[in-house]
Write a protein that binds this ligand. Sequence first.
Ligand code: FIX
Ligand code: ZN
Length: 402
Amino acid sequence: MTLSRDNLSNKLLNIINTTAIFDLHTHLFPPNHDNFFLSGFKYLLSYHYLIAELLTATDIDASTFYSYNNEKKSSIIWKELFEKRTPVSEACAGVLTIIKELNIEIKNKNFTDICIEYDKKIHSDKNILELSNVSSLVMTNNPFDLDEWSLFGKNDWDKKRYLASLRLDDLILDYEESLKKAKDQTSNDEVDNIIAYLEKRYSQSSPVYAAVSLNSDTFNKLLDDSFWRNILDWLQSKKLPLSLMLGVKRAVNKDFELAGDGIGNINLKELSKLCNLFPKNKFLVTCLALNDQHELTVLARKHPNLRIFGFWWFMNQPTLIKQILKMRIDMLGFSFIPQHSDARVSDQLIYKWSHFKKILHPILLEYYQDLLYKNFPISEDILQRDINNLLSGNAKNFLGIK
Ligand code: FIX
Ligand code: ZN
């Protein structure tokens, strides 16, 4: 049935809120992966986005802060950013969204009260996945971190919900050490130990893509090194897309540790070259700098093997998303993957997705209203088809997941 201007907004909202999400990039793990599965109010508050905010808004010393346990870290963040200051940043707003979603009143409560109430309300990852409507997600799995990789030695977790990806940054950051690990774990007569090692990790984890974060200093390795050419050939033979997370500069402030990464350069002309040189490889791409978004969108219109995904990290701010999302739709229609959560603490799925949907709804509404105005009939089926594609189908199709 064709929708009218009067019922379009509600129907669209309802479909956006009820459609299952496939989250293409997270740093989450299943609950039985001790020390890696993070959930609860204290972890939520000690998110590195909030740590960076704390360490720059106050005169708290980074190394002193990092010497505290998680309880103390999170109580300081609550006091400094939520009590002594007004929590308007996107990272602070996220915490408040989750508290509201869980029906927790903040008024007249201190950190400990909220903490106790919060931790009573979140029971399991299933709880969180239901609240956020995420049906499956992709983890970030580092094949060179043997402790983290031990997940694949266990069988008591949901492999349909938690999908694997091979994160290859160690091959850029510390090639020698990675090679040593690969040699230790493969037989001596292998011609290429790294490929043999990746092959082994591939069969253990059945990844849906491989990924690497790069900047202009490191991107050229992909084009110039025979080593990376072999990896690209291997990925192609496995039909495994490579996710390129472009424009990061690690440790711009070393003292801040994980909270100290910033923006680096990237030359997207080189990305175009890569897409042409490896036409049979598929590339998922996200860029960290605002400056690169227009060029990236143009490239996505020119290279069928390039798919844009998400608003990564410093781009994941409402003001920027509104502008760039519209620019992407204007140029690409709905043929991109609009968002990923990048959640590190499972609970963050709740706010990362609800914040995005709040932006998505009015933007999509404008496009559909315009179509109605031009007498193009819009039905509920069309809305459902489009939202399925945006929140899950586009990513799954690109990855070849049923
Ligand atoms: O490289 C990445 O995957 C980044 O997303 C992370 O390293 C970063 O720390 C982060 O959490 C951004 O949201
Ligand atoms: Zn990430």
